[in-house]
Design a protein around this ligand. Structure first.
Ligand code: UDP
Length: 345
């Protein structure tokens, strides 16, 4: 069935990769996208089924209102999702991730458009469950002065608002919760400022700039890293929504088999970069050092010690399962950044 898909934040890590997949695999789907720039969209920008406008969701409201009416499915992907910003600029996180997105959601409710909303694995916070389950796990956050949780809390409130619109006003939605997705175009590894990137890209950047890898509080905390390709396959199934399988549901999209400590991630990354001749000596010279979370991020930081998804819902309703192991996920990211031996980082 042909679909018109509206993606706000189309130049982001998820939006750009999803757009590329849609244009490659769905010859009768059209993508309408807005973002502030296009640097991650080289593969899609010239496609005649991709309709891009440069803009800001807090400013270009008319374009958005028109396209919400015109499209079948809306993905509001604009959000700040970097922990250092949660601690250093929490109000901007609330304003963008919650307030600006609420306006979009309300318009989708009004015009009865289906929404796929990016919730986050961060909503589970410090839950002690060995696997986080969409319907059963408690969502556990720290005290108010631990400002890191404003992102989790903003997303959780949006999840609750969307769920309530679904239950009480017949709104069609799916919430998806990415668990540490990694791959090409996640963050800019040329960025020298520490703390602005997610952990994998931060570590790659540190190695290539000759800096030590900083293990926050020793790096015993664990994450389940998920290859973007697997994540996008899940999103395709959610958009397709075969027999309404995704309707009104929440899906963890993660890879429980790729659960590692941050220290193990650093060690694996160093060993993989040693296999790229141009960068091998940089990897060999990299030291792993421990830093305190409050020194690295600021006093408002608090960490999640383990984060493993239950993917029963996605397996059962979407018939989806991740297939890319950790090493292959890291290699894919490294190939993107390092494979051209003539490139400068
Ligand atoms: N981390 C680290 N060193 C860094 C960057 C991050 O040890 O240079 C840790 C961070 O404290 C967290 C984990 O790596 O425990 C994952 O961080 P990320 O920013 O990717 O996001 P999160 O999974 O916490 O949302």
């Amino acid at each position: 069935m042909s679909q018109k898909i509206l993606i706000l934040g189309v130049n982001g890590f998820i939006g750009s990769s999803l757009t590329e997949r849609i244009l490659n695999e769905k010859p009768d789907w059209e993508v309408y996208g807005m973002d502030m720039s296009t640097h991650k969209l080289q593969e899609s920008i010239d496609n005649e089924r991709f309709h891009f406008i440069e803009g800001d969701i807090t400013i270009n409201k008319e374009w958005i209102a028109y396209h919400i009416k015109k499209c079948d499915v809306v993905l509001p992907l604009v959000a700040i999702a970097t922990p250092s910003t949660y601690v250093n600029d929490p109000l901007r996180v609330f304003e963008l991730d919650f307030e600006a997105n609420l306006e979009i959601i309300r318009q989708c409710v009004r015009h009865k458009k289906r929404v796929l909303f990016p919730s986050t694995s961060e909503v589970y916070g410090m839950s002690s469950d060995s696997e986080f389950h969409e319907e059963d796990s408690n969502l556990v956050l720290g005290p108010i002065h631990k400002e890191r949780w404003i992102y989790s809390c903003s997303k959780q409130l949006m999840d609750r608002v969307i769920y309530a619109y679904g239950k009480h006003e017949d709104f069609k939605f799916t919430l998806f919760r990415p668990f540490n997705w990694v791959g090409p175009k996640l963050d800019n590894i040329l960025e020298q400022k520490e703390g602005g990137s997610r952990v994998l890209t931060q570590f790659i950047s540190n190695i290539l700039h000759g800096k030590d890898i900083k293990l926050v509080n020793g790096g015993q905390q664990r994450r389940s890293f998920t290859c973007i390709d697997d994540g996008i396959s899940a999103l395709m199934k959610i958009i397709e929504n075969k027999d309404g399988c995704a309707q009104g549901r929440i899906f963890n999209i993660g890879n429980p088999k790729n659960d590692v400590s941050i220290k193990e991630l650093a060690e694996l990354l160093v060993s993989l970069i040693k296999t790229y001749p141009k960068y091998a000596s940089m990897a060999a010279n990299t030291k792993l050092i421990t830093v305190e979370g409050k020194d690295y991020y600021g006093a408002g930081y608090q960490d999640v010690s383990a984060r493993v998804p239950s993917i029963q819902n996605a397996m059962q309703y979407l018939n989806w399962e991740p297939t890319t192991d950790l090493e292959a996920s890291l290699r894919k990211t490294l190939d993107y950044h390092l494979a051209d031996p003539n490139s400068d980082i």
